[in-house]
Design a protein around this ligand. Structure first.
Ligand SMILES: C[S@@+](CC[C@H](N)C(=O)[O-])C[C@H]1O[C@@H](n2cnc3c(N)ncnc32)[C@H](O)[C@@H]1O
Length: 356
């Protein structure tokens, strides 16, 4: 058994955490990337599952005064707890109070692991991130399946991983300096003050990557790339893809390019400062475009006209998040492939390309 699993079980049974930092440091001191990634992802996933179990227990206690705890827990082992089978004995021997204490312990573990990762070399961080993203992708897929229409049981608590892994931003050093946006740029929808909510979540990004089936060596453009999360994730998971993100706000582009260079992704992941609606700019050809609620109506009109013209002679896929889908004219694009839990849609060009 990998050391962190045994240690995590011990930590979950603690009632006070005076020595937690020393314990975590001793586990992580000589740990390899793969084990640190598993420790990190398992811990964060565990926190979400514990919250789910606590919520569901509360819901059931409103309907019935007697809950058979073992039976109650065992149901989760057929679904949400499958990836955490090594914690079987903890869950069966614990109770709701113990789980509430465990949530606090994990919040501290999360911070300590982050500090550990930040102190490692960029090569270590890169491998750590690649493995973590792969594991996260599997967990999001599990969540996607469990919460899909046919499996959902109304009135039951639902697993929610949507923002659970946002702490990864700290490793990428994506600092949301939104107040730096000059007021002259406010004519665009620059989402000042909206913070993390205006970036696609890691959940959406990994779901998109899993289902887009990007061809090897293809080109991917993020139209309005913000702080670069999409490009950094694509770059780490798909070294064969040529990625470009265009973004109006220079400070966001700088942050994204710095992260790309730090992780040695800058051979294939680039962020460029550009007003996409500017009259002298032509959107370059690519195979996949991503648009998340980026533009004013006037800018959308200019950008969509270019994408539509391109769709007539090139097979392209547009992935939209949020309201961007409302701009997709069915004269040019297929009916959307929809992922309602992430408000994500894929549209493919319908015209038979005359030349590719
Ligand atoms: C909602 S954010 C999406 C960021 C990123 N694509 C994601 O999904 O995480 C939209 C971004 O589009 C940028 N934007 C708005 N108008 C633009 C324009 N005309 N040209 C380039 N970028 C623009 C905004 O500054 C903002 O950072």
């Amino acid at each position: 058994m990998i050391e962190y699993k045994a240690e995590l079980k011990k930590i979950l049974l603690l009632t006070e955490f005076d020595h937690l930092e020393a314990q975590i440091n001793s586990i992580t001191q000589f740990i390899i990337e793969k084990d640190l990634a598993s420790f990190f992802v398992d811990s964060i996933y565990l926190k979400s599952v514990l919250r789910l179990v606590i919520d569901e227990h509360w819901l059931q206690s409103q309907k019935s005064s007697e809950i058979h705890f073992e039976r109650f827990i065992k149901k989760f082992f057929n679904a949400e707890l499958k990836p955490l089978l090594f914690l079987h004995s903890f869950f069966l021997s614990s109770n709701i109070e113990g789980m509430q204490t465990a949530v606090k312990a994990i919040s501290q573990i999360e911070k300590l692991i982050l500090n550990c990762i930040k102190s490692k070399t960029s090569e270590f961080q890169k491998t750590f991130l690649q493995i973590s993203l792969q594991m996260m992708s599997e967990l999001y897929e599990l969540e996607h399946q469990l919460n899909s229409a046919e499996n959902i049981d109304e009135g039951k608590a639902k697993l929610s991983l949507y923002r659970s892994f946002d702490v990864l931003d700290e490793i990428f050093e994506l600092e949301y300096q939104l107040n730096e946006v000059p007021s002259i740029l406010q004519k665009e929808r620059l989402f000042e003050g909206a913070g993390v909510g205006v970036q696609s979540s890691y959940a959406t990004t990994l779901l998109a990557l899993r289902y887009l089936n990007l061809s090897k060596g293809s080109r991917f453009i993020d139209l309005g790339s913000g702080y670069g999360r999409i490009g950094l994730v694509v770059g780490l998971m798909r070294p064969d893809i040529q990625f470009t993100g265009y973004e109006f706000v220079e400070s966001r582009v700088d942050i994204a390019n710095k992260a790309s260079a730090h992780l040695h992704l800058d051979q294939h992941v680039h962020f460029v400062t550009q007003d996409l609606a500017s009259a002298d700019f032509k959107i370059p050809a690519a195979d996949t475009y991503y648009i998340f609620d980026s533009f004013t109506d006037a800018s959308y009109a200019i950008i969509m006209e270019q994408l539509q013209a391109m769709s007539l002679h090139r097979r392209i896929t547009i992935a939209t998040k949020g309201n961007a889908k409302l701009w997709m004219n069915n004269k040019y694009w297929s009916a959307p492939q929809e992922f309602s839990d992430s408000n994500l849609c894929f549209f493919r060009s319908t015209a038979r390309p005359s030349a590719e």
